[in-house]
Design a binder for this molecule. Structure first.
Ligand SMILES: NC(=O)c1ccc[n+]([C@@H]2O[C@H](COP(=O)([O-])OP(=O)(O)OC[C@H]3O[C@@H](n4cnc5c(N)ncnc54)[C@H](OP(=O)(O)O)[C@@H]3O)[C@@H](O)[C@H]2O)c1
Length: 244
């Protein structure tokens, strides 16, 4: 299937490794021009070279950084037709162990960066009457997980934003969707030394996901063919979520 991505320009944030990098690589493979961003300049440069993307450095938890990344991507690529908002997960903790500063930082990182990136890219998408916006959230947005208080609390709100915004922009040929990774074997999960067997036993598919499987979902949602899928939150989780 020709996904119609050869002439498209994509910004994928949080993409020097893990899910973001897999999405950026898949879009590039389909012929899109791609810009990526993350905090560590060395890793950004290596990933950009690996994928064939433009590398941008920024910390999305700092106010103003996301707007700046959107501006730079538009300048370097000549416009952004596909925006994939991704960033690092917030720190784990219960309500009692989560300090005010962690809430505020996570709000900037997960919430305001989403608002600022969309705000930066939306005018051009409206002008061209084409846009694909995806926000990477988590299973926690639908079913809270123990000790992930910030993620459980903030991420469902992003789904509200996605659905409401999709109604405002669908008439301009722009789709807005959330994509929820299930347990997916990225470096981060390997580094924290998760018990793969124990987690796999809780997943109907009997295994963790692969970043390229998540990337395939994002790539399809970025395509011309996905123009009628609006305001949804779609999981790639091996059947983990129960909610219908
Ligand atoms: N993998 C899973 O199983 C899973 C499941 C559910 C939800 N998720 C969510 O999906 C997202 C991606 O997960 P992942 O496993 O791919 O994580 P990852 O491997 O840690 O990758 C995160 C990427 O985002 C960048 N990043 C982190 N904080 C940033 C910031 N403040 N500003 C800009 N870039 C930043 C990182 O680079 P730098 O560190 O250099 O900035 C890296 O490129 C996270 O929000 C995570 O919570 C993942």
């Amino acid at each position: 299937m020709d996904l119609g991505l050869e002439t498209k320009r994509a910004l994928v944030t949080g993409a020097s490794k893990g899910l973001g990098k897999a999405v950026a690589g898949a879009l590039r493979t389909e012929g899109a021009a791609v810009a990526i961003c993350a905090r560590d300049a060395g890793r950004v440069a290596a990933a950009a070279k690996d994928i064939g993307a433009v590398g941008l450095v920024g910390d999305l938890s700092i106010p103003g950084a996301a707007a700046n990344i959107a501006r730079q991507a538009i300048e370097k690529l000549g416009g952004v037709d596909i925006l994939v908002v991704n960033t690092g997960g917030p720190p784990a903790g219960t309500f009692e162990t989560t300090a005010d500063e962690a809430w505020r930082r996570a709000f900037e990182n997960l919430w305001m960066s989403t608002v600022d990136l969309i705000r930066g890219c939306l005018p051009g998408m409206r002008e061209r009457r084409f846009g694909r916006i995806m926000i990477v959230t988590s299973m926690t947005a639908r079913e809270p997980l123990a000790k992930l208080m910030i993620s459980n609390a903030l991420r469902p709100g992003i789904h509200g934003l996605v659905n409401a915004l999709s109604r405002e922009v669908a008439g301009d040929g722009i789709t807005v969707n959330a994509i929820m990774p299930g347990y997916t074997l990225t470096e981060r999960l390997r580094d924290i030394g998760i018990d793969e067997e124990k987690i796999a036993a809780q997943i109907p598919a009997g295994r963790l996901g692969r970043p390229e499987e998540f990337a395939a979902l994002a790539t399809f949602l970025a395509s011309e063919q996905a123009g009628y899928i609006c305001g949804q939150a779609i999981a790639c989780d091996g059947g983990y979520l129960h909610a219908i």
